[in-house]
Design a protein around this ligand. Structure first.
Ligand code: ZN
Length: 103
């Protein structure tokens, strides 16, 4: 069981970001904290697919798809080149460090 934000007006759970001063940003109803069973999905595993398919939702406002893209998050990673400090190496080497936005 997890603590969730419940909007009685929308009859759904809403994200923390959708709660403005204790009310639902959509309907304006006071948000109630409830305990409900909750499942977690490993979104990062599906981020490529989710981001790609968001482009198919042409009827969605850009504001909403942008918000979803930011929420899904994605990092292409970065390449960091640094000289090796290992004494056994006589030439400079590089390492590639892949960064991920979230676990
Ligand atoms: Zn609401």
């Amino acid at each position: 069981m997890s603590r969730v934000n419940w909007c009685p007006g929308c009859a759904t759970v809403i994200a923390n970001e959708q709660v403005k001063d204790g009310t639902c940003e959509r309907s304006g109803d006071p948000v109630v904290v409830k305990r409900m069973p909750e499942w977690a999905f490993r979104i990062t595993r599906y981020s490529e697919e989710l981001l790609r398919d968001l482009d198919k939702l042409t009827a969605w406002p850009d504001r909403v798809t942008s918000m979803q893209k930011n929420w899904i998050g994605k990092s292409e990673g970065t390449t960091i080149r640094s000289p090796s400090t290992a004494a056994t190496r006589c030439s400079r080497s590089s390492r590639r460090v892949r960064t991920l936005s979230s676990a």
